[in-house]
Design a protein around this ligand. Structure first.
Ligand code: BDR
Ligand code: CA
Length: 312
């Protein structure tokens, strides 16, 4: 069993990532879920997390709200991709039953990592503000974090030509994390754009008869619409779920161990992740960069995960 903390901003693909992690085929122990400002304001991301937990019966995992804005920059959100609520599409209750705990998300991360035996993996699928702040507030956690398995970055961008959304929103935070010395596995656009929910896949998932699978299909239908409108894609990439898929079955991915630095100054390249594929810097690698995904294995895993939810 691997212990994980999911740090997220649900977000359609964040929600699917939580659902994969909490499924009955998963051997992950979710120690906590923390939320961060990203796709929408942190309060909305927290409400969405709680609603997802309600939906899948995840009652025993603490949810704590984290930081409401990036370290340095103004806040920026991605409503055109995820809708006003951050989780538009499915019909969700106004108010979740589950409540967030009183503790701040950053403090919960610190507490969990300090009290664990060097075996907690952090899984950030939003901007890296909470993780950076936790490292700054309590540096003793840094050598204790087993690994960071994150979604972010790429050798091209989706928010600017150079930068992916999660890294662009808080490149200063990303810079802290990428230079922390903690082993990082990175699921960037290069690989997440291979995790496409095609029409055939959506059809396949819609044949699974339980409430969680129906919910995921509703998420995918909305996500498909915005990805078509904004990027002209025929199917949406399920970016964030690549992190959890990797933890459940690393053989789905091919990775290269490389040096990655985060641009925090460039006029056109702010938030870019600079991937040293050909080892031009001579710097030690800091990232396992996933560059290839086995499509069939990825969707088999997702299908089995959704089938593992009880029929309701
Ligand atoms: C990332 O940005 C968000 O919109 C998604 O949830 C994902 O984490 C993709 O660039
Ligand atoms: Ca996300």
């Amino acid at each position: 069993t691997k212990k994980v903390i999911l740090d997220c901003d649900p977000g359609h693909d964040d929600a699917i990532s939580i659902i994969l992690a909490a499924s009955n085929i998963s051997d992950l122990k979710i120690e906590a879920i923390t939320t961060v400002a990203g796709n929408v304001e942190v309060e909305k991301n927290t409400q969405n997390t709680l609603k997802v937990c309600d939906m899948i019966g995840l009652t025993d995992v603490p949810v704590a709200q984290g930081v409401e804005r990036p370290l340095v920059k103004e806040r920026e959100i991605a409503e055109e991709i995820h809708g006003d609520t951050g989780l538009d599409g499915p019909d969700l209750p106004e108010i979740p039953t589950k409540q967030a705990i009183d503790q701040h998300g950053v403090d919960l991360i610190i507490e969990k990592v300090l009290n664990a035996g060097d075996d907690i993996t952090l899984v950030p699928t939003g901007p890296l503000t909470n993780i950076a702040l936790a490292m700054i507030k309590e540096p003793k956690i840094i050598p204790k974090i087993k690994e960071i398995v994150l979604m972010g970055g790429g050798t091209f961008g989706n928010w600017t030509p150079a930068a992916e959304f999660n890294i662009y929103v808080d490149a200063e935070a990303a810079n802290v994390v990428f230079n922390s010395g903690v082993p990082i596995s990175m699921f960037a656009l290069d690989v997440t754009h291979q995790a496409i929910a095609t029409d055939e896949i959506i059809e396949q998932l819609s044949n699974i008869d339980n409430a969680t699978a129906h919910f995921v299909v509703e998420l995918l239908v909305f996500f498909k619409k915005t990805y078509k409108e904004v990027f002209g894609f025929s199917g949406p990439p399920i970016h964030d779920a690549c992190t959890v898929a990797y933890l459940l079955d690393p053989s789905i991915f091919k990775c290269q161990h490389v040096r990655v630095d985060v641009e925090t100054k460039g006029e056109f390249s702010y938030g870019m992740t600079v991937v040293d594929k050909l080892k031009t810097t001579g710097k030690d690698p800091n990232v396992h960069f996933a560059y290839e995904l086995n499509f069939d294995k990825f969707w088999d895993l997702m299908t089995k995960a959704l089938q593992s939810y009880q029929t309701q």
